[in-house]
Design a protein around this ligand. Sequence first.
Ligand code: NAD
Length: 499
Amino acid sequence: MDTRTPHPSLPAKPRAFGFFVDGAWVKTGGRDTLDRISPAHDIPVTTIALCTKADVDHAVKVAREAFEDRRWSGQAAADRAAVLLRAAQGIRARVDELALLETLETGKPISQSRGEVEGAAGIYEYAAGAARMLHGETFNNLGDKMLGLVTREPIGVVGLITPWNFPFFILAERVPFILAAGCTIVCKPSEFTSSTTLLMAEILAEAGLPAGVFNVVTGLGAEVGQAITEHPDIDMASFTGSTATGRRAVQASAGNFKKLGLELGGKNPQIVFADADLEDAADGVIFSMCFNAGQCCVGGSRLVVERSIAGTFEKLVTAKLAKVRVGDPLNPDTQVGAMVTPEHNAKVLGYIENGRKAGARLVAGGGKAGSPAGNFVQPTLFADVTTDMAIAREEIFGPVLGIIPFETEEEAIAIANNVDYGLAASIWTKNLDKAVNVMRRVRAGRTWINCTITGGPEMPIGGFKQSGWGRETGIYGVEEYTQIKSCHIELGQRAPWIS
Ligand code: NAD
């Protein structure tokens, strides 16, 4: 018997959303609206409000009041944890609805959306525990007359800006940690994928989060996002998106020197040594390049492979690549769905053309895939790629991989590090000494040995170099949203200054 979830259907008309401030939905009113067109089906699926700078100002005022009156930060961590645990239950109760919206707006396979929504619930549960782990330090070594306390306090009002590639999952890698720290939030999701973030606000409110603690304003990056990064009354902005926009966020944040968390782009190497389990490595490399149609910040986009096996490995990857199922993301069997927009689709196809012109040898894919409707790219493999080519240096953000051969371990490390980014790297070898040496020397925030794009909320995520600042998730992800305060306590009589 087929026990899989039935093939969900397309909505008859787009679902319209207001936005969420001070614990309640706000109607779109006279604001302009934006329809989201499903990138896999070319039909409108959702409609959002285009909020204005005035809407951001109001949401920040609400979040500031909610922070200052301590309605959230003043609660015991156990009580904050209880809200996060109920929110996890709220997510689980709405998996079908959230996953369908996620697929309609992003174009990602429905099976993947379900996995991400269920995974997100688990992250809220982890963060509930992390809320109760947060603590400071004491210095009991300052002499008998002095005790030192180091306390952590929530940093304040956080502006949270998220991208379109993992709208609900990336939100889950930020929101419960920020809430665990005791902060309040003004969030702006990507204009392409706002609906599940809006529903999360409703789920949190139903879970007992006090009004005003999590607010969502929707709209365009240049207006709403920019207003958040510039805002003088936001204490920290957490930005996840492209390196170019991240640079703008750095400039905008200078007005009030707000702290910034930046999770930016990557150009991640898959380093394959001759002594790897090549079948396993080929499967992992393909998963890494194709996952989310290559629109994954930590996805593998450079295949750095030992020259002695480069030919064999190329054949192995090509054979496996032919079996990857690209198509309608609503089909539960689909592995690779649509690219997020026609513009992005064209950009990825442009990079493929660029690779051809630069002299790389096209081994697999190389063009559009799927039906006339929608935006699909064939998983594409290039060989004979050199480190100076654009396809070897720039973030393509599509299912495109280039093979760069190496001779020695030193050369593999040098190639891996020879880009502006430092987000992630995977190393495939059965030699543990070699694996650990390469892992230590590769300049990337997330590394995997004999696996790729895996892990849970216990471990920190973030980038080196132009891939970002700071870390999310794990206990680090809660600490990131705190300020440290020191306090000296004098015991007994203080030695007088004036005799
Ligand atoms: P993007 O930079 O275009 O947009 C990200 C967010 O910033 C969106 O909400 C957008 O509306 C907003 N924005 C746009 N202009 C802005 C401005 N001037 N000021 C403030 N906000 C503004 O990125 P994207 O295309 O949505 O996402 C893809 C990028 O995100 C890729 O580069 C990818 O590598 C990166 N990413 C990184 C991570 C990570 O953890 N490092 C995770 C996911 C995605």
